[in-house]
Design a protein around this ligand. Structure first.
Ligand code: SAH
Ligand code: SF4
Length: 349
């Protein structure tokens, strides 16, 4: 059986047609699930008994179980969710003044193995399905409903554990469902995928017929420093990455975000800001500076706030848009990879 939450409308319509049913019922089913929030095919009273039974045989409504929930003073909610096969994944909800942003996990573990990242400590065990990504939003929306506020998840960042472009097709189906106005209706401009930098996938993403956003984890202005932080830079160095981003920009016309973790003494010096500005000056972009979160026992340290500000000011002086990322959930270990790392001993099935 498959999760009904992982069905794009086109997939659902094709399945219905293969059963000799009218494709039109796909929208009717979406309406029951996403607008009326009904999670039982038998209750879908305007469908024939035969169709309801066929649906029941093929699809389930199962959601991951909340294994741990942490609520922060800034109202960040972090969930450790248990999947059907026992793997634990994180999902985080952050309350910005402009909306509720969910940080979605796309894989169990990650194979990219960046040296600063707790998520990559566990090698990729498997890709998440589109249904398992949608389920993270459905579970968060249920929590918001339970709070009694008329709020819902309004923005998505694919920045949890995993490399989204190493799971491209499932991630794109997830986005199609999240964005569909008969499903979660989250605006394409409110959806951002973050990648460690797969050039071919970046180009492909630029051809998607949706106004979705791209964030690239750059973290260094030179190959030397980048390879030290991200071993993927050996396979895809800046000479391949930057042209792919240019190609993406030509096709999509969209501004891209560069994520740049600032690590003391490694990539946070003024000379690095100057090199960075030179590297990206011809791109329509902005830089999101992320002071390093100490999540592991390694040599990396967070720079002093003055160093962060000096780096940002230098970029701005050189004509690059830059901001320091607002941080959430410090008191609940909600920052990148922290909670799952803490429950690492439970990661077995
Ligand atoms: N794999 C994708 C998306 C998930 S990582 C990618 O790398 O882009 C999302 C962001 O969290 C990345 O920019 C990553 O560099 C950042 N991150 C990971 N570990 C971090 C840490 N310890 N401190 C601050 N940011 C971190
Ligand atoms: Fe994977 Fe992203 Fe972490 Fe690198 S930063 S190990 S790509 S999740």
């Amino acid at each position: 059986m498959e999760s009904i939450f992982g069905q794009t409308l086109v997939q659902l319509e094709n399945t219905l047609e293969s059963w000799g049913q009218k494709a039109f019922y796909g929208s009717v089913i979406y309406d029951w699930i996403y607008q009326k929030k009904i999670r039982n095919f038998q209750a879908m009273s305007n469908l024939s008994l035969e169709l309801r039974q066929a649906l029941e045989k093929h699809f389930h409504f199962q959601l991951p179980v909340i294994h741990v929930r942490r609520d922060s003073l800034d109202r960040t909610v972090k969930l450790l969710l248990k999947l059907e096969d026992g793997f634990l994944i994180e999902a985080v909800l952050m309350r910005y003044n402009y909306g509720n942003v969910i940080c979605v996990t796309t894989q169990v573990g990650c194979n990219i193995g960046c040296s600063f990242c707790a998520s990559g400590l566990l090698k990729r065990q498997r890709n998440l399905t589109a249904g398992e990504m949608i389920a993270q939003i459905v579970v968060m929306n249920d929590l918001l409903d339970a709070e009694g506020r008329k709020e819902r998840v309004s923005h998505i960042v694919a920045m949890g554990t995993g490399e989204p472009f190493d799971n491209y097709d499932h991630v794109m189906n997830f986005i199609r469902i999240a964005n569909h106005n008969k499903a979660l209706a989250i605006g394409a401009r409110h959806i951002t995928v973050s990648t460690s930098g797969f050039p071919e996938k970046i180009k492909q993403y630029g051809h998607e017929p949706l106004q979705i956003n791209l964030a690239v984890s750059l973290h260094a202005p030179t190959n030397e420093i980048r390879t030290r932080l991200m071993k993927i830079n050996q396979a895809f160095p800046l000479e391949k990455l930057i042209p792919a981003i240019q190609d993406y920009q030509t096709n999509s016309g969209r501004r891209i975000t560069f994520e740049y973790i600032l690590i003391e003494g490694i990539n946070d010096q003024i000379e690095h800001a100057i090199q960075l500005a030179a590297l990206i000056k011809d791109l329509f972009c902005y830089v999101n500076l992320i002071p390093y979160n100490a999540v592991m026992e390694n040599e990396y340290r967070r720079p002093h706030p003055q160093a962060v500000n000096a780096f940002m000011s230098k970029l701005i002086e050189l004509g690059i848009n830059a901001t320091v990322r607002k941080e959430f959930g410090h008191d609940i270990e909600a920052a990148c990879g922290q909670l799952r790392a803490k429950h690492k001993h439970e990661e077995t099935r």
